[in-house]
Design a protein around this ligand. Structure first.
Ligand code: LLP
Length: 421
């Protein structure tokens, strides 16, 4: 459930009519709903209450929506953060997320990033390789520190999602293959500088079925038994994120409650503290991309609805062929079939072909739904379009939580060297 609803024929974010935001901030603009973020956080946490032998750590996947105000909303809900770069770590800290609730994932943590995370005394490093584990142990030991860590396992499970967002198949770059996990664990657990306390997995994103997760959790359960039989003390298991969300009206995905029930069934005997890294399921439906129709151009078949948002603002359709519902802010009951495109000069800048949608004329406002996760964060300035503004709504109030960065400001950071002047 989200808080983007029609009232008096006008789409609102909570109590704010979207045209008011368009007038004040311009378009395109991402609009997030605080009440929706809070609701999703609470539903997810409630579904996992009682899982594991201690209150679970829910570490929001910062990559899905790193906006500081969004992080602050979730920090106030007791969430931690799953970060994958020094930049994300800095954001989590800036949002007052306590370092012990921060988990650091990613295959390419640089030496500088590891040092930064060690200095901040974060809660857990999710080590993705033998090589990374050795380096982390050395850097920690050199400073007389002990890094809390888990070993990320690649369980070789097909998550059944888009190839580009699958992370748990054997030939993906993530984690240590299950077949080598016991060996790598034994080597790393013996190193000074590391307290290797558990294992982690994350098999992919936008999972529409719980079965692959269940298979992966079963494999992890078996590994925990093996590791304990080998004499290791396993106190923590990180089950990652990945739960999908509906992108199309009428689409039904596994609910957080169903996910929670499955987690509890699969981990009942594990006797560990659990960590989760949800991103999309928290932020996805808590945001829309508000855009204005520039012009409606006749086409050979369907007309082209040219909007002022483009693939640089919302990359998912161009990158993954992803579907985002597109709705009028003030629908009049009429409909049309249209190709919805942005202004960028490549055919990839297409949000939808032959889409049945509300009727639009030039100047009308529309929204791409479910744009709160992997939206603004994946923006680029391609075609020198600058970066979109972001707004957070709370009841009848709203605030600009990220300024629009004009193309001119980006150009200001560039220099023509003297020898070319
Ligand atoms: N944990 C790790 C280690 C991850 O790599 C990810 C996502 C998550 C947690 C959060 O997954 P979620 O709960 O959001 O599914 N840009 C793509 C999605 C990439 C996801 C990458 N990793 C998209 O727009 O669909």
């Amino acid at each position: 459930m989200d808080h983007f609803q029609y009232r008096g024929g006008i789409l609102h974010a909570e109590d704010v009519p979207l045209p008011r935001i368009a007038d004040k901030v311009g378009t395109p603009v991402y609009v997030y709903s605080r009440a929706t973020l809070e609701r999703h956080a609470q539903v997810f946490a409630a579904a996992l209450e009682g899982a594991g032998n201690a209150p679970p750590l829910i570490a929001f996947a910062v990559k899905s929506n790193p906006n500081l105000a969004v992080l602050k909303v979730l920090q106030r809900q007791g969430f931690g953060a799953d970060v994958v770069s020094g930049g994300e770590l800095a954001r989590a800290l800036a949002a007052d997320i306590s370092p012990d609730k921060i988990v650091f994932s990613g295959v390419g943590k640089t030496r500088a990033e590891i040092e930064y995370a060690l200095e901040q005394d974060i809660g857990q490093f999710n080590i993705e390789s033998r090589e990374e584990g050795r380096e982390l142990a050395q850097l920690a030991a050199d400073r007389g520190l002990v890094a809390q860590a888990a070993l990320r396992i690649n369980p070789d499970v097909d998550a059944g999602t888009h190839d580009k967002i699958s992370t748990g198949k054997a030939d993906n770059k993530f984690g240590v293959p299950l077949s080598r996990a016991a060996d790598v664990f034994t080597e790393l657990a013996a190193l000074d500088g590391l307290s290797l306390r558990g294992v982690a997995i994350h098999i992919g994103s936008q999972l529409a079925d719980l079965a692959p997760l269940e298979t992966a959790f079963a494999k992890i359960g078996g590994l925990v038994e093996t590791l304990r039989a080998n004499g290791h003390r396993i106190t923590h298991v990180d089950l990652g994120g990945g739960l999908g969300v509906p992108y199309r009206k009428g689409e039904v995905l596994p609910s957080p409650a169903e996910y929670g029930a499955m987690v509890k069934r699969m981990t009942a005997d594990l006797d560990v503290a659990l960590t989760f890294e949800p991103g999309r399921v928290i932020a996805g439906n808590a945001g829309v991309l508000l855009t204005r129709v520039v012009r409606v151009k006749e086409g050979v078949n369907d007309p082209f609805l040219i909007v002022d948002a483009a693939m640089n603002d919302l990359a998912r359709p161009a990158l993954y062929g992803a579907w985002h519902d597109f709705d009028a802010v003030a629908p009049d009951g009429r409909t049309m079939t249209a190709n919805i495109v942005g202004p960028i000069c490549e055919t990839g800048d297409t949000f939808a072909m032959g889409r049945d949608t509300d009727a639009f004329v030039a100047g009308d406002l529309g929204v791409f739904r479910t744009a709160g996760a992997y939206g603004a964060t994946m923006a680029s300035s391609y075609n020198s379009r600058g970066f979109v503004a972001e707004v957070l709504v709370s009841e009848d109030d709203f605030a600009i939580v990220a300024d629009r960065i004009a193309a001119a400001a980006i150009m200001d950071a560039e220099r023509v060297p003297d020898w070319l002047a």
